[in-house]
Design a protein around this ligand. Structure first.
Ligand code: ZN
Length: 122
């Protein structure tokens, strides 16, 4: 095997390792317990529903606006799988923990939560 081919093999091995570590990271994040501020029960992050709140940008000038943008994570809501209570993340004592778990992953919210719902409100 020439040295170029050897580097290709090495890169493939590293990519395989990387995928294993990412899968482990995903399991850890999904399995993190979140305590419900309404019923007091703990549930794994993966069993919660995330509500991606959106805000409306009114039309401005000739070409701008008239669309919806995602609100920041800390300004969204989550729904407890046990009591179905809806919690505003901004006011939740675990806000920073939840925001950091979401931020720490390269997978996107769809992979972390039981379900992601978009909600438009103005
Ligand atoms: Zn609850």
């Amino acid at each position: 095997m020439n040295s170029l081919a050897a580097t290709e093999v090495e890169l493939a091995r590293l990519e395989n390792e990387r995928q294993k570590v990412l899968a482990k990271q995903l399991r850890i994040i999904r399995g993190s317990f979140i305590k419900c501020a309404k019923c007091g029960e703990n549930s794994k992050l993966f069993s919660w529903t995330f509500i991606q709140d959106m805000f409306y940008v009114e039309p401005y000038s000739c070409t701008g606006g008239d669309y919806w943008l995602n609100s920041e994570t800390r300004c969204c809501h989550i729904v407890c799988p046990k009591c179905e209570g809806e919690i505003y993340l901004y006011n939740d004592p675990q806000r920073d923990k939840i925001v950091n778990l979401i931020k720490a992953n390269p997978f996107g919210k769809d992979k972390l939560f039981h379900e992601v719902k978009k909600r438009q409100k103005d």
